[in-house]
Design a protein around this ligand. Structure first.
Ligand SMILES: [Mg+2]
Length: 320
């Protein structure tokens, strides 16, 4: 069964149904990583699949970027639990038509992401497939893992970095345009927040998750896992300037655009209320307070004190 309750959505309903089939064989499901105790240490393990046509398109990204991004997405799950990356395994599905240059570039991308995170590439598998599939398994050391559950009423809700870049890039590609470089980089070469995770863990982060399904979706998971609610102050959500421009063009508030942008790989965390703004300013990347954890379940969003409705999170099995 699911040890950590997941938020709403068809993708997560499917996971719930699989966990029901496994019954007592399932253990510890529902967090960003699985935790395995071995030799007195806790290992964090996660796996992340990138599929051509679902997560990326070849006319958008170079093979090296496809590799980097797939590995970074998996490594981000280690950051989400404050684990130190150790190792990565790569399973690759490739069409027969792809030559050595694609293999080399993909390998370079995966290798660069592993090196940037301080992880070694320790194994993998290769198969022919109809489209490109890049599946990365990552292993880290987690002496004091931060789970999705553990947020307490009164905790400060914080997010790292600035949001909106990946959605700005996606919308530009879908419109047949080349995204602005700042937005493109955020999609093609995301930086897992390992240093920020260490910082937030050192500030006694009680619950944490990485923003892969979008701020609203992932906040929903953190609240469901912690069995709490929250107020979200949407005007505080940090937005990448080029995403602001893209939102303005759509006639959409910038915060709303940023809140529905997925595959951000920033961290969302609940910190004890005594962690001050001055202390947060010492973080290796900007950390912004965007709300407060509350006892009453549900997510209440306000803009200038007025209630606003939130966009829904990104869901692979939801309506397109
Ligand atoms: Mg995650």
């Amino acid at each position: 069964m699911l040890d950590t309750p997941l938020g709403a959505g068809p993708e997560f309903d499917r996971i719930r149904r699989m966990a029901e089939r496994w019954r007592e064989r399932a253990h510890g499901l529902g967090d960003d990583c699985a935790f395995i105790e071995a030799g007195g240490e806790i290992l964090a393990v996660s796996v992340d699949l990138s599929v051509e046509g679902v997560h990326f398109r070849r006319d958008w990204l170079q093979p090296a970027e496809i590799g980097y991004r797939a590995a970074a997405a998996a490594l981000s799950d280690l950051a989400a639990v404050a684990a130190e990356p150790m190792a990565l395994l790569l399973s690759l599905g490739m069409p027969a038509k792809d030559g050595d240059e694609v293999v080399h570039a993909l390998a370079d991308g995966v290798g660069d992401a592993a090196a940037d995170a301080g992880a070694l590439v320790v194994g993998g598998d290769l198969s022919r497939a109809d489209q490109l599939l890049v599946d990365c398994c990552v292993i880290g050391r987690a002496p004091a893992p931060v789970r999705r559950r553990g947020a307490k009423p009164g905790d400060r809700l914080v997010v790292t970095g600035v949001l909106g870049g990946p959605l700005a890039a996606l919308l530009a590609w879908r419109a047949g345009q080349e995204p602005r470089p700042e937005a493109r980089t955020r999609f093609a070469r995301p930086s897992p927040r390992h240093a920020a995770a260490r910082f937030l863990a050192s500030r006694r982060a009680r619950a944490m998750i990485d923003v892969s399904d979008g701020l609203v979706g992932d906040l929903g998971h953190l609240l469901a896992a912690s069995e709490v609610g929250a107020s979200l102050w949407v005007d505080r959500i940090p937005v990448l300037p080029v995403a602001e421009t893209a939102a303005t063009r759509l006639g959409e508030p910038a915060w709303r655009f940023a809140a529905r942008s997925g595959e951000e790989y920033e961290l969302l965390a609940a910190l004890p209320s005594d962690v001050t703004d001055e202390d947060l300013s010492r973080a290796p990347v900007p950390v912004t307070v965007i709300g407060v954890i509350e006892e009453t379940p549900g997510l209440r969003a306000t803009s200038s004190g007025q209630a606003v409705t939130l966009p829904t999170g990104y869901d692979h099995f939801g309506p397109a």
